[in-house]
Design a protein around this ligand. Structure first.
Ligand code: AMP
Length: 188
């Protein structure tokens, strides 16, 4: 299965998407992780990505798409992948569709992981990190919403979108994801 996971920062998306990838036996691909690794290696991609990431901007599409497609050409991605943090722009969504089409594949589902703004603020404020000031959280949330709206519409138009209520225990939320994908839960 080829699954796109969309959700705001700090909402538990990383945990849920890793668990889903593990359950399905497909790799969990986070472009954020890949770009951080490129920076750590100091390779040309890392050098370009660094300045954008440091200032909180998106890395340009051609760079991100190249990094992702190289990773997708590896054998462990033969039967599907869970995308976490990609696509973030319409250009990336289209590039992913084109790439998969050449392989005779297509995105099977896009999960829109929703947590209300107030809930996210309360949850992150409890964590008490320096960058978790309520105003900062609210701004990040609004930026995220504005950025992902066209993406969500893109997948909605294709009938691939599943809205997941991200409020609840880890197991409750995971159960909703499995139900949306019409997958059976493995026995506990
Ligand atoms: P993340 O770990 O997904 O929160 O990503 C951390 C940072 O990496 C983002 O703020 C961007 O600068 C960059 N990044 C990750 N994924 C993408 C992407 N799909 N497109 C552009 N930039 C990205």
């Amino acid at each position: 299965m080829w699954i796109v996971f969309i959700g705001p920062p700090g909402a538990g998306k990383g945990t849920q998407s890793r668990r889903l990838a593990q359950t399905l036996g497909i790799p969990h691909l986070s472009t954020g992780d890949m770009l951080r690794q490129a920076i750590a290696e100091g390779n040309p991609v890392g050098k370009i990505a660094q300045s954008y990431m440091k200032s909180g901007h998106l890395v340009p599409d051609p760079v991100t798409i190249q990094v992702l497609c190289e990773r997708l050409s590896q054998a462990d991605c033969n039967s599907g992948t869970l995308f976490d943090g990609f696509p973030r722009t319409l250009g990336q969504a289209r590039a992913l569709d084109d790439y998969l089409a050449k392989r005779g594949e297509a995105v099977d589902a896009a999960l829109d992981f929703r947590v209300p703004e107030d809930h996210l603020v309360a949850r992150l404020a409890n964590r008490g990190r320096g960058d978790d000031h309520p105003d900062t959280i609210r701004r990040r949330f609004r930026d995220f919403e504005a950025l992902t709206k066209p993406l969500i519409e893109y997948y909605e138009r294709r009938g691939l979108l599943h809205v997941i209520n991200g409020v609840g225990t880890m197991d409750e939320v995971f159960g909703r994801i499995m139900a949306a994908l019409k997958l059976d839960q493995p026995p506990a």
